[in-house]
Write a protein that binds this ligand. Structure first.
Ligand code: MN
Length: 135
């Protein structure tokens, strides 16, 4: 057994090469056996680039409001308490709403493959706002 002390955690790191906008990312534990656990704070409007996870990713939303979007689908609104599983290799992005921060814990399995930034057109706040209706 090993206890990872909060006081020994990596400092928050901004990842401007894979995120749009201001994002704070903390490694909760060192990557072990291909498992990466990160706390991510997205400021309003910020989001990841398009990417996929070799063996999938579990996201636990802990605060705020934001969007998850799988390739070929419309962005979906997520809020605190929502848990999202993205299967292996599925391209997607996640981020904050335009008017809210989003905080989530991400458990990423295997190698993350990064793509291009999510454009303002893809982010489409107006389309997102209507996505929850009629479901
Ligand atoms: Mn992801």
């Amino acid at each position: 057994m090993k206890i990872f002390r909060a006081s020994e955690r990596d400092l928050r790191v901004e990842r401007r090469d894979t995120f749009t906008g201001d994002v704070l990312l903390t490694a909760v534990v060192p990557t072990t056996d291909g498992v990466t656990v990160s706390d991510v704070v997205f400021t309003p409007g910020s989001r990841t680039y398009w990417h996929s996870h070799e063996n999938g990713q579990l996201i636990i939303v802990t605060a705020g409001r934001g969007f998850l979007c799988a390739e070929g689908e419309r962005p979906q609104v997520v809020t605190a308490g929502d848990v999202i599983w993205t299967p292996p290799g599925q391209r997607h992005w996640h981020g904050a709403a335009p008017d809210s921060c989003l905080i989530h814990t991400a458990i990423s399995l295997g190698i993350t493959t990064w793509g291009v930034p999510v454009t303002d057109t893809e982010y489409q706040p107006e389309a997102v706002e209507g996505a929850g209706h009629g479901r």
